[in-house]
Ligand binder design. Structure first.
Ligand code: C2O
Ligand code: CU
Ligand code: CU
Length: 467
């Protein structure tokens, strides 16, 4: 129960290190001075060849989150890389320009190790570029900032701590997922960036195990969204805040043009409260009974305000650019027709089992009759959340469109961006979300699961099969 990982200083975290054998120098760049894996930058249309050496004391895999790749190179738990062994793989980069990421995906008979391995430091960003995006002339170079949000808890000796504590704390962690006491940006607390009076492109990855962020600017300026998981939107969306669930990415435009040098603006996660939605239901299900008081419930379902990055404006720039009001031209329209089949998934909770999908948990590579889909087919998948926790649902190997969202409204709903392409969608308690997806090009096994890593590791994850 007490999983104290990584004794020693932060230098003992687990890290992806990489070396470029061939290809342009921009293929691999470090993410600041961070434990994060290097930024992998690829061009749409290229082929990537990788050798993965596992120097960890346990099995791992490398999953290319969000990428449309063949099942055998998807880094699924069914293809573990044992300690002191290597795996070589190759795939064509076919996805739209966007920010994707890579992380471990091991899952054995005793459950998953995604939460622990990612927490220990194994996660990194991957950017795909293409000509259409380049033609827009968005901020790049030092004005394109990749920001990875992760929360961590440190011991007095500055060791990373995961779950730990046993008893109530460990049970809470399993229920709501791990929440660290501090939020780090690219591995650092109190992140600060020096900027000039020009526009910047912020490319955010929520690499946290379970924490949901409500992103906003301290001076109340609008958060300008230009892209989601699967690349640029057709046009920018402006919100007072933007909701970012685990595994999701968001692409933001910010212009410091009217901020005076010497001033600074803070990028924060605002306080929010998801209330007691479904909390009564949980009591009825006998899961918690009087073990947990209302205060703990509230803490499970909300967050305080967290400063993320201070942008200090240090220089005046004379030239400036304006935000293009038309962004992507290549966004597909909805593939849904009147006869598009609907598949329904109920996100629930079972006594002694934890969270389930249609009453099931992960059982190796077992695929039920209703988890087989046809190559080339478009379907609507409907997720209905009957549990009391929000679940960020992720599907491997494709990007989908969010069609409809009905049911509960929370503090976080104003900030939800449903436009564009996504590989992870947040489904709130008492909510029903419909997405449209098409199974293209590759047959074989893929996965769908909750990307709250502790839920996933506990089995809120299943394979599906494309035939
Ligand atoms: Cu990012 Cu199956 O996960
Ligand atoms: Cu994935
Ligand atoms: Cu979940």
């Amino acid at each position: 129960d007490e999983v104290s990982i990584l004794p020693g200083a932060p230098s003992k975290v687990w890290r992806y290190t990489a070396e470029r054998i061939a290809g342009p120098t921009e293929t691999l760049t470090p993410v600041g001075e961070s434990y994060a894996g290097p930024l992998i930058r690829l061009r749409r249309g290229q082929r990537l060849l990788v050798r993965i050496d596992n120097e960890l004391p346990e099995d791992t895999t490398v999953h290319w989150h969000g990428l449309h790749v063949p099942s055998d190179v998807d880094g699924q738990p069914r293809l573990p890389i044992a300690p002191a062994t290597s795996m070589t793989l190759a795939f064509d980069v076919v996805d739209r320009a966007g920010l994707y990421w890579y992380h471990p995906h091991p899952h054995g008979p005793d459950g998953g190790r995604v939460g622990l391995q990612s927490y220990a430091g194994l996660a990194g960003p991957l950017i795909i570029n293409d000509d259409a995006e380049r033609a827009l002339g968005l901020p790049d170079g030092e004005r394109e900032l990749v920001l990875i949000l992760q929360d961590r808890t440190f011991s007095d000796g500055n060791e990373l701590q995961y779950i730990g504590g046993g008893g109530m704390g460990a049970m809470m962690t399993r229920m709501r997922g791990f929440r660290g006491e501090r939020v780090l940006v690219n591995g650092h607390p109190d992140a600060r960036r020096e900027v000039s009076t020009r526009p910047y492109r912020l490319r955010l990855l929520n690499g946290s195990n379970s924490r949901i962020y409500k992103l906003a600017w301290s001076d109340g300026r609008a958060v300008i969204v230009i892209g989601t998981d699967g690349g640029l939107l057709a046009e920018p969306e402006r919100r007072r805040s933007v909701t970012l669930a685990p595994a999701q990415r968001i692409d933001l435009w910010v212009d410091f043009g009217d901020t005076e040098p010497g001033e600074s603006v803070q990028f924060v996660s605002e306080e929010y409260q998801l209330g007691m939605m479904g909390g009564g239901g949980m009591m009825e299900q006998g899961m918690m009974g009087d073990m947990m008081d209302r205060g703990m419930m509230r803490d499970m379902m909300g967050s305080e305000r967290i400063p993320l990055v201070t942008f200090a404006v240090v220089a005046r720039a004379n030239d400036s650019e304006t935000l293009p009001e038309r962004l992507a031209q290549d966004l597909p329209t909805s593939p849904v027709q009147a006869d598009t089949p609907v598949r329904r998934f109920e996100l629930g909770m079972r006594m002694m089992q934890g969270f389930t999908i249609n009453g099931r948990r992960m059982e190796g590579t077992t695929v039920a009759d209703d988890e087989i889909v046809r190559l080339g087919q478009t379907e609507i998948w409907e997720f209905v959340n009957d549990s009391m926790m929000p679940h960020p649902i992720h599907i491997h190997g494709l990007q989908f469109q969010i069609q409809e969202r009905t049911g509960s409204k929370t503090d976080l709903h104003d900030g939800i961006i449903d436009a564009g392409l996504h590989d992870t969608v947040l489904v709130f308690p008492q909510e029903r979300v419909r997405i449209a997806l098409t199974f293209k090009n590759f047959e074989g096994l893929y996965m769908y699961h909750c990307h709250n890593m502790e839920h996933e590791d506990a089995g809120m994850m299943r394979y599906f099969k494309v035939v």
